[in-house]
Design a protein around this ligand. Structure first.
Ligand SMILES: NC(=O)c1ccc[n+]([C@@H]2O[C@H](COP(=O)([O-])OP(=O)(O)OC[C@H]3O[C@@H](n4cnc5c(N)ncnc54)[C@H](OP(=O)(O)O)[C@@H]3O)[C@@H](O)[C@H]2O)c1
Length: 360
């Protein structure tokens, strides 16, 4: 059995967050107290009171409470975890605090606040969802030495860096798993790969469990093909370019959260996971399906009689060149994830089923 750099033992597999225990894989020796997979009694506010205490178990810090971060944080909170996080604007901080009840700190990774890093040290789990910037790289890792010295003495034991399937680059339509050679095709993807490597190294140096999640195109409530269709705006240049792709990996945010929860219970040292659905369908197909669903649920509101993706012609020049189909076999085998939305069809249906009438 592979031995983790942090010594301890994995908690006995048991149902957690709705996951079936028989799928939890025993990968290494870990500690039950480091990775408290069972749910604890106590309210979120009680957990918040503990932020200064020596009890950081079941405390998550989300560096970048964006779309995935806040969605995941909400789920953890309902399982009585203490959740803190960061964002870069006061308006957003107020919204996250008042509407969702999180402890949120203003944090700009370009000029990291030591106070926030100190607070982070009271947490055992960290998700990093801050994207890299071309020309700068990962804004957090600009301060790698500072991070290392601050976090070395802290409570952090589990770290997940949210990356992207863009690191694979052009694969000629092949199925790619996590062992497929990475060949990032543009500066942004190169910065993403460098960020992955940087976080893996930092996690290794700190001796904490570190995992990389390579995410496909993220969609969910409020951010989906249906939401775009409802706006009824002309397609942007980027949308037109992407429409020519034959394969596009995507994943519903609820399935990212499933994989994150499973990973907390099944930590690794340096493992990479593709987090995508089963169906890398072309965007034209997805948007046309979204158009049909919206039009069926709220007939007569769409300006055009068919999806704009059906009436426009798109260049197919890039087809296969920048294409790949990303495999999710590892999250199924190692985490036992059973996707809530294996295809965009069920994902979009669930979004539209829960949507208030956008035309009223
Ligand atoms: N969108 C996709 O389809 C997709 C696909 C694959 C991978 N990803 C990547 O997966 C991660 C999660 O995606 P997401 O959609 O949840 O991202 P998101 O909504 O854009 O959230 C990113 C978070 O990072 C924060 N942030 C940005 N720059 C920062 C800086 N300099 N210092 C500190 N915080 C900073 C943002 O702060 P504010 O909240 O103040 O804006 C936000 O909270 C991101 O890294 C994203 O690039 C996205």
């Amino acid at each position: 059995m592979e031995v983790c750099s942090i010594s301890a033992r994995l908690a006995p597999a048991k149902p957690i967050f709705g996951l079936n225990s028989r799928y939890l894989v025993r990968r290494r020796t870990l500690t039950t107290s480091y990775f408290p997979c069972r749910l604890r009694a106590g309210t979120a506010s009680q957990e918040n009171e503990k932020s200064e205490s020596s009890e950081p178990a079941n405390r998550m810090f989300v560096m970048g409470m964006g779309f995935v971060g806040s969605f995941f944080a909400l789920g953890l909170q309902s399982h009585e975890w203490g959740v803190s996080g960061s964002c870069t604007s006061l308006v957003k901080k107020k919204k996250l605090e008042e509407e969702m009840g999180f402890d949120v700190y203003l944090f700009n990774a370009n000029e990291p606040e030591l106070e926030v890093l100190n607070i982070l040290n009271h947490h055992m789990h960290l998700i990093v969802s801050v994207p890299p910037l071309v020309g700068i790289g990962d804004p957090m890792l600009q301060h790698e030495e500072l991070l290392k010295s601050m976090l070395m003495e802290g409570n952090l034991k589990w770290l997940c860096y949210l990356s992207s399937t863009s690191v694979y680059g052009n694969c000629g339509g092949m199925w790619v798993d996590e062992d497929y050679p990475v060949r990032p095709a543009n500066e942004k993807a190169k910065a993403r790969l460098a960020a992955e490597e940087g976080w893996l190294k930092l996690g290794h140096d700190l001796g904490i469990s570190t995992q990389i999640f390579r995410l496909g195109g993220i969609y969910g409530p409020g951010r989906s093909a249906a939401d775009t269709i409802i706006k009824q705006e002309p397609l942007s240049e980027l949308q037109r370019m992407r429409a020519s792709r034959q394969y596009t990996s995507r994943v519903h945010v609820a399935d990212i959260c499933q994989a994150l929860r499973a990973s907390i219970c099944n930590p690794s040292s340096g493992r990479i996971y593709n987090v995508v659905d089963d169906d890398p369908a072309p965007r034209i197909e997805v948007f046309s399906h979204a158009w049909d669903l919206v039009n069926r649920k709220w007939p007569g509101h769409m300006k055009q009689s068919v999806s704009p993706y059906m009436t426009e012609s798109f260049t197919t020049e890039s087809i296969c060149r920048g294409e790949k189909r990303v495999s999710n076999a590892r999250i199924k085998e190692e985490f036992g994830v059973r996707l809530l939305h294996p295809s965009y069809k069920s994902g979009l249906k669930s979004i539209i089923d829960h949507m208030d009438n956008p035309f009223s």
